[in-house]
Design a binder for this molecule. Structure first.
Ligand code: XMP
Length: 325
């Protein structure tokens, strides 16, 4: 029978046998897969693991800071923090097309990853949080066409864009490759990962950049970060967090008229997107409690400057997607 203890023991043995005392690079995203992977590898090879966190500037408010603090101070796993916010924003300057946004973010990510892995390297291995469904889905995505060997041709978090240059095609370490998501959660929990990471809602690689419809600007990012934080706080407080597959805010690039005190306002609307789902492939819009929606709406309009209206998305998937871009 499968137990987390047996899995962890076996995985550690395998990793040690495979990488010996060579160096391994891991791109930490803050999600449960890469976090569990980091814990496991740190247990297995200690300082020969380098965790790199690239801050694109599209994460939720306070999350990069919390992640780094958690890893460094609480778990004593060192993290190379790469501040790249300006570069990503620059790349998105004037861009409104969703596909183009994703493409640019993906390319920039690869570029930063390349530069930083050269600076911190050399590394022999790249650790990837590949899960069983990923292995099935992209059977040959990470196979070197020249040798047939499983190497890092593409990076998981942005596997739809670009490839890595030949000299950065590290060999792969993928100790989670036989696991399903719920098993990763169990393993993460057994290694001591906090619930806030183990149970975290899915969050897209391009992050808030695809939840700001149209052009991404520093001002809009600030507005959405603040609105999104309120959503998270209130969903947590309501005790309903686990009822939702995802619960987040989207910022629209139009403005509408409102009134505040005796002042007319002309500001952005925020859309709340709450869904239930089994796997993200299909989803139903959530019948969230009115009290929760009311609190969120009041707080956002009162506390977030630049927003004067809150709407609720009542579209299921299909025909809607979960994200708006
Ligand atoms: P959609 O919007 O296609 O989303 O219904 C389905 C699920 O996938 C997530 N998602 C992403 N995850 N990178 C990711 O890692 C992405 O580019 C991306 N786009 C969407 C989305 O949050 C939902 O859970």
């Amino acid at each position: 029978t499968w137990t987390t203890e047996a899995f962890v023991e076996e995985a550690i043995r395998e990793v040690r046998a495979k990488v010996g005392n060579k160096r391994v690079l891991l791109a930490l995203s803050g999600g449960v897969d890469s976090s569990t992977l980091a814990f496991l590898l740190h247990k297995a090879i200690g300082d020969n693991l380098t965790c790199m966190f690239i801050d694109q500037g599209f994460m939720r408010k306070l999350e990069p800071e919390r992640l780094i603090k958690l890893f460094r101070d609480q778990f004593h796993i060192p993290v190379e923090y790469v501040m790249a916010r300006d570069r990503f924003l620059e790349r998105l300057n004037g861009i409104t097309d969703p596909e183009e946004k994703r493409k640019r973010i993906g390319h920039e990510f690869i570029q930063v990853f390349e530069e930083e892995s050269r600076r911190l390297g050399p590394f022999d291995y790249l650790a990837q949080g590949t899960l069983y469904p990923d292995v099935i889905e992209s059977a040959d995505t990470n196979v070197d066409p020249a040798t047939g060997e499983r190497v890092a041709v593409k990076i998981k978090s942005h596997h739809n864009v670009g490839g890595l240059p030949k000299d950065l095609r590290f060999k792969l370490v993928e100790p989670l490759r036989k696991l399903f998501k719920d098993e990763v959660r169990k393993v993460g929990r057994s290694l001591g990962l906090p619930e806030e990471i183990v149970n975290r809602h899915p969050f897209p690689g391009p992050g808030l950049a695809i939840r700001i419809i149209g052009e991404v600007t520093a001002e809009r990012l600030n507005i959405l970060r603040d609105a999104d934080l309120i959503v998270r706080q209130e969903v947590n407080r309501s005790g309903n967090y686990s009822e939702f597959w995802q619960a987040f805010a989207v910022l629209l690039p139009v403005r509408s008229v409102g009134v505040m005190g005796d002042q007319r306002t002309y500001a952005y609307p925020v859309v709340l997107r709450f869904v239930s789902s089994e796997d993200g492939m299909t989803a139903d819009w959530s019948r969230a409690p009115y009290e929760l929606l009311e609190t969120i709406s009041n707080r956002i309009v009162n506390e977030v400057k630049g927003v004067n209206r809150v709407a609720y998305d009542i579209t299921s998937k299909p025909p809607g997607t979960i994200e708006w871009e």
